[in-house]
Design a protein around this ligand. Structure first.
Ligand code: ASP
Length: 342
């Protein structure tokens, strides 16, 4: 029986056209995209497609849409062997991360892709991204199970774990990097899968989560940030979890107002998680004096998690109702392969 793949079109450059008057790019419809790639019929797969009624530029992405996508996959899970989500590249790393948490014990591929140039453009990267994503979503192991049972992101010949990617370039075809985890597969003459980096088939039943919390905030440190700005953020009424983007290995200033502000926040039962502004490497609280104090007052380490994965993981765990110690335990351990713990 031919492999069945569901393509879900959310919007993004891949399906955009230029408004003839203003020259601005806006999302178009799915039929147009598929018409542009007649090669797809040679796969012999059954390809079905579903498009958002209002395709969006991914800068308008919202957690409610992540829940909607998870719901579509839940509803169609038994009927399809794999899923390809067409998405704008701007927030694709956030969506890939969010879905990785919402889809627990995923046994099939969910591949997100998009493009830097619209599919109708003569030099487009969209065709290759779409064609290879479909091939990956349909790929099987010898036992017939999915080759990559994960939420992943395919772009410019590389397949990455979805919750490990960052958008790193606004104009290169190579728009994404996965700084702390190797690619799951690379496409050349053939697609080379790196099986030792791919998550194993889950032992338990597929489960979709339907709630995301919103009480997450972040502060990116910079030399000269004022006390008033910092305190205003900490005092925001709906903030349970602060992601602190520190320098290097998770460092920050040793000034009293900074540390006391954090300590007061933590004493009210709230959580502060340090991640690094660097694009590679890991937080190591306590390595320097400038993070040892943070460790003492109860700041926890996000290890080598990306900003995108830290925000969506926080929303996911808060949505599960976790708070305090339980929340902090889950934040510090890999839930879907989103961080490496040494
Ligand atoms: N602004 C577009 C979006 O994220 C860019 C893209 O598709 O790559 O929807």
């Amino acid at each position: 029986m031919s492999r069945r793949i569901l393509i879900i079109y959310t919007g993004g450059t891949i399906g955009m056209i230029k408004d003839p008057e203003s020259g601005i790019l806006r999302p178009f419809d799915l039929d147009r995209i598929l018409q542009q790639v007649p090669e797809l019929s040679t796969f012999g797969y059954t390809l079905d497609a579903e498009a958002f009624a209002q395709p969006i530029d991914s800068s308008n992405m919202q957690p409610a849409i992540w829940l909607e996508l998870a719901g579509i996959i839940e509803k169609k899970y038994a009927a399809y062997d794999g899923f390809v989500i067409l998405h704008g590249s701007d927030t694709m790393a956030y969506t890939a991360s969010a879905l990785s948490f919402l889809l627990e014990n995923l046994g099939k591929s969910v591949v997100l892709t998009g493009s830097q140039l619209p599919i109708g453009h003569v030099r487009t990267d969209a065709k290759e991204n779409l064609i290879t994503s479909i091939e990956i979503a349909a790929a099987t192991k010898n036992d017939g199970s999915s080759r990559v049972p994960e939420v992943c992101l395919y772009f410019d010949y590389q397949l990455y774990r979805g919750n490990r990617v960052i958008k790193y370039n606004a104009e290169k075809f190579e728009a994404f990097h996965s700084p702390n985890h190797p690619p799951l597969a690379e496409a050349g003459i053939r697609i080379r899968y790196h099986d030792n980096y791919i998550l194993p088939q889950p032992q338990q039943a597929f489960k979709v989560h339907h709630r995301l919390g919103s009480e997450v905030g972040s502060v990116k440190l910079f030399p000269g940030m004022s006390q008033a700005v910092f305190e205003a953020i900490l005092q925001a009424p709906e903030l349970s979890l602060l992601i602190l983007e520190g320098y290097g290995a998770g460092n920050g200033p040793t000034e009293a107002w900074f540390l006391q502000g954090l300590a007061r926040f933590i004493q009210t039962g709230k959580t502060v998680m340090a991640i690094t502004q660097c694009h590679g490497g890991s937080v190591e609280l306590g390595k320097y004096e400038t993070s040892a104090k943070m460790l003492e007052i109860g700041v926890i380490s996000g290890h080598d998690i990306t900003f995108e994965a830290s925000v969506t993981k926080a929303m996911f765990l808060l949505g599960q109702g976790l708070r305090g110690q339980q929340l902090e335990n889950e934040l510090q351990r890999p839930v879907r392969g989103e961080l490496s713990k040494f």
